[in-house]
Design a protein around this ligand. Structure first.
Ligand code: ATP
Length: 575
């Protein structure tokens, strides 16, 4: 059965637009069916750990003196926050009919935006912010001053949960959905302990340290540089030399010289370059107190095996000379550093790894902190998953649940392979998206898609790993500045990339699994902003979208784009 929901009559918008504008109305049937199922699923999946927490553990948010968000008071925000938003995260799940798109009721614009483009500001979701303030979390005053100067006045929920845990020296796995502020969730407690903004220590109680005190590892240059910029922003212009990038593709000898000259306290880099410089004896990390693996599930994959092994063996580990450390082996040396593992998708393999490296490791999520020892393989998945799947796949599926921001809308449409680019164009027009990231699985066809989009009057640019470091950063700069409407890219951009203005993600090739879907989708809807994800596939692939919908526990609705409008179909078998 075909449904066209809530169309605004052409005449209504005739003055504002040359095209008619389509408003998607009530998504209730899908939400009612899928969301309670997802949340029930979530609760059961983690019930084992909750029981342990209730019965034995003293480690709860309350015990860490983190307040509940119930009495959240709206605060004046800086320019980044975009003002208050009436509907909270909870209300996004409510049964109230909702006009979905942030993209609705806007005048149409030409396909070829003039440069520079004046972009709409997407509102962030205030419900994402925690009840506690940075002061309540015990951050040092100098650091809070710097945050305020950057317009950051309240922590997000995952920051509220993580900061006390890391400050209490726990090893931690931080899991929270894409765009929820995980970077500052680990950077702020680290910068409270090291560098010029750290908290004042009582006299005689100060540990004397020198050299690099924190190492942050990220899987791509782009993500590495993004983290560097975040640290620089907090340290301020006078101290930004205290963070050093060690990303691949950049000049290695210059990086080595900077290490010698600037004496950084924190380095951020990709696994290959960090381990290369470390192996050459140019990176002294034995005094290091913090090791962060951002996008840990990707870093622990086979591709990074050797480099990650070296990093884990060397960072924060003094050469073992004493007889006791010899007897106790790795356990004795492990305590020298705090290990923090971060991702929106945390499969059980990461939990297992964290247990073996950490002491008192905990899993930190937006509203809960549980000891890792209490977590078991998520049994309920066995009955929920595909009966033909084996357990590692289930672990991956479990990882993807709760990784998606609740503010996202998901659709898929089917078309013939040679009509895909035209569907992209129609989709962008119908949704009136301004900043679009289109994902493909391979590098080669990217250029062709860019060419075809440009030929159809849509400014597009490609980004992939075969471009040099400089070219990659230029492409990103231009895209962020609004010079291009569509970034056509591959898996390289799926993780961590923070482009708050991105209002539409398109899968021009289907992602390989639900974890990849979650990270691609997470490039839009950052910090609770509105965002739409559209997957374009061939008819024969539609079953994959239905499978992903089940695995992710979100409604991915079938649709088509015709005459400048999105038409949403009802699918009888939506569960
Ligand atoms: N407390 C805060 N107040 C306002 N903005 C914030 C706050 N914390 C983070 N942000 C902003 O939110 C955006 C998303 O943060 P971040 O990139 O850390 O998300 P993430 O959870 O790591 O996402 P991903 O899983 O995709 O890597 C960034 O633009 C960041 O500057």
């Amino acid at each position: 059965m075909r449904l066209i929901i809530g169309q605004v009559h052409r005449n209504v918008l005739a003055l504002a637009s040359s095209r008619s504008c389509f408003v998607i109305g009530d998504h209730l049937p899908f939400r009612m069916l899928s969301l309670p199922r997802a949340s029930g699923f979530h609760q059961t999946a983690w019930r084992g750990s909750q029981t342990v927490q209730d019965s034995g553990s003293t480690l709860t948010l309350a015990s860490l003196e983190v307040q509940s968000k119930a009495d959240y008071v709206k605060k004046e925000r800086g320019p980044r926050t975009g003002g208050p938003k009436p509907n909270s995260r909870d209300s996004a799940f409510s049964v109230k009919p909702k006009k979905v798109s942030s993209l609705d009721l806007k005048p149409a614009k030409s396909a070829l935006p003039k440069s520079p483009v004046v972009k709409k500001k997407l509102k962030i979701d205030e419900a994402l912010f925690s009840a506690s303030s940075f002061e309540e979390l015990g951050l040092p005053p100098l650091l809070i001053d710097r945050l305020n100067k950057e317009g950051l006045t309240s922590p997000t929920e995952v920051q509220s949960a993580s900061i006390p845990v890391i400050s209490q020296r726990h090893d931690a796995v931080i899991q929270s959905y894409t765009g929820s502020g995980k970077t500052l969730a680990y950077l702020l407690p680290i910068l409270s302990e090291i560098g010029p903004l750290k908290r004042a220590r009582e006299q005689g109680n100060s540990e004397k340290r020198s050299g690099i005190e924190a190492v942050v590892v990220a899987p791509s240059r782009e993500l590495g540089m993004q983290i560097v910029r975040e640290v620089e922003k907090i340290l301020g212009p006078d101290d930004k030399r205290l963070v050093q990038q060690l990303v691949g593709g950049a000049n290695r000898s210059r990086q080595e010289e900077a290490l010698k000259k600037n004496k950084p306290i924190i380095v951020v880099g990709t696994p290959g370059r960090i381990s290369e410089i470390s192996a050459a004896g140019k990176l002294q990390t034995h005094n290091c107190r913090f090791l962060v693996l951002d996008e840990v599930d990707q870093l622990l994959s086979f591709n990074y095996r050797e480099d990650m092994h070296r990093i884990l063996e060397h960072v924060g580990r003094k050469p073992s000379t004493s007889s006791s450390s010899h007897i106790l082996g790795p356990l004795a040396r492990r305590s020298d550093r705090q290990t923090i593992l971060v991702s929106a998708t945390v499969p059980f393999s990461v939990i297992r790894a964290a247990r073996s490296w950490g002491h008192d490791p905990v899993l930190v999520r937006a509203k809960s902190v549980v000891p890792l020892d209490s977590i078991t393989v998520p049994r309920p998945m066995l009955s929920q998953g595909d009966p033909n799947s084996d357990s590692p796949t289930m672990s991956v599926n479990q990882a993807a649940v709760d990784s998606l921001p609740p503010s996202l809308e998901h659709y898929y449409c089917t078309t013939k392979a040679h009509h895909k680019v035209d569907t992209v164009r129609r989709c962008i027009h119908a949704l009136e998206a301004e900043t679009v990231i289109a994902f493909m699985n391979n590098t080669k066809p990217l250029k062709d898609v860019v060419f075809k989009l440009e030929a159809r009057g849509m400014k597009a640019i490609e980004l992939h790993g075969d471009l040099g470091k400089l070219a990659r950063s230029t492409v990103l700069k231009k895209f962020k500045a609004g010079e291009f409407r569509v970034l056509v890219t591959n898996e390289l951009s799926a993780r961590g990339l923070d482009i708050p203005e991105c209002d539409l993600v398109i899968n021009l090739d289907l992602p390989t699994d639900s974890t990849h879907y979650a990270h691609r989708a997470g490039r839009t809807g950052r910090l609770g902003r509105k965002g739409t994800v559209v997957s374009i596939c061939e008819e024969s692939e539609a079953f994959i979208m239905r499978k992903m919908r089940k695995q992710l526990g979100v409604a991915i609705k079938p649709c088509e784009f015709t005459e400048g409008q999105i038409t949403v179909h009802k699918e009888e078998d939506v569960e």
